[in-house]
Design a binder for this molecule. Structure first.
Ligand code: SAM
Length: 257
């Protein structure tokens, strides 16, 4: 695990991720540098550019596509709506340039991945960190998969929120007969599926042993329920939350301050 100051050096732009999440991204970057030099990176959900930064400076990374549905208030499995208004692709680019990061290899698309023109670009590594609902994450994966190389990796953030999408993705890959390995990073919100030859490589050289999947799914279910109850359930007039309650619609809140 890199030290806090090493992590800060690789992530000069603020990012909605923990140091362990960032360490996982750096491990994926090392894997790509060793096994797919000249790799192409696809990011769904870039916000301020925090998770783009380590790939922008990696000489082994040849091209980056950042997809972000900007300026929306988005639903979330926590039973709240997250307002991302105010951050545009231009403000992200300005922030990256201010931090001294060159963006020549970066292209951007404003909108969800299913509005992109068909292209023959293929990617080695993807990071899905857009709308944190199971449906949106599953959609992002379904549209990303055809643009991924046979041997590639797709990472997920906020894995405990979109754990049902991850279960569906594993089911879909199994049904399609695609070789894959799923890894959930312990004490972190990062996980990844490694496809094709990457599913058979020595992942232990780059990543810590993953969490037990069933324990991850069970803990995630509790996390999502707790958030939803806190965000949406109100006790009824007798003040007894378990006997009488109402469920509010999701309320909007600022995604950042
Ligand atoms: C949690 S932030 C991303 C954080 C960033 N990856 C980081 O680590 O700094 C989520 C971003 O996803 C974007 N977004 C939401 N829904 C999306 C979608 N369907 N497709 C692409 N981007 C989306 C939001 O506009 C926001 O910028």
């Amino acid at each position: 695990m890199p030290t806090a100051s090493e992590i800060a050096q690789h992530f000069p732009i603020e990012s909605q991720s923990s140091d362990r999440d960032k360490a996982f991204l750096l491990a994926a970057r090392r894997l790509m540098g060793d096994l797919a030099p000249g790799y192409a990176y696809l990011e769904i959900g870039s916000f301020l550019g925090g998770s783009l930064a380590p790939f922008l400076v990696d000489p082994a990374c040849a091209a980056i596509l950042s997809i972000d549905e900007r300026g929306k208030t988005l639903p979330d499995e926590r039973g709240a709506l997250f307002d991302y208004a105010g951050i545009t692709t231009q403000s992200m680019l300005d922030r990256l340039h201010k931090a001294g990061l060159a963006t020549e290899k970066l292209t951007t698309h404003d909108g969800p991945i299913d509005t992109m023109a068909v292209s023959d670009r293929r990617f080695d590594l993807a990071f899905i960190d857009g709308e944190h609902t199971d449906q949106a994450c599953f959609r992002d994966f379904l549209w990303a998969l055809p643009v991924m190389k046979n041997s590639s990796a797709v990472m997920f953030h906020d894995s405990s929120l979109i754990y049902k999408a991850i279960r569906l993705i594993a089911l879909y890959l199994r049904k399609e007969g695609r070789p894959f390995t799923f890894l959930k990073h312990g004490n972190s919100e990062m996980s990844a599926v490694f496809l094709g030859d990457l599913s058979r490589c020595d992942l232990g050289r780059y990543f810590e042993a993953g969490e037990d999947c069933d324990a991850f799914y069970a803990a995630s279910e509790v996390t999502v329920l707790e958030h939803s109850i806190r965000n949406r359930v109100r006790s009824g007039p007798d003040g007894e939350p378990l006997r009488s309650f109402t469920i509010d619609p999701p309320k909007a809140e600022k995604a950042y301050y």
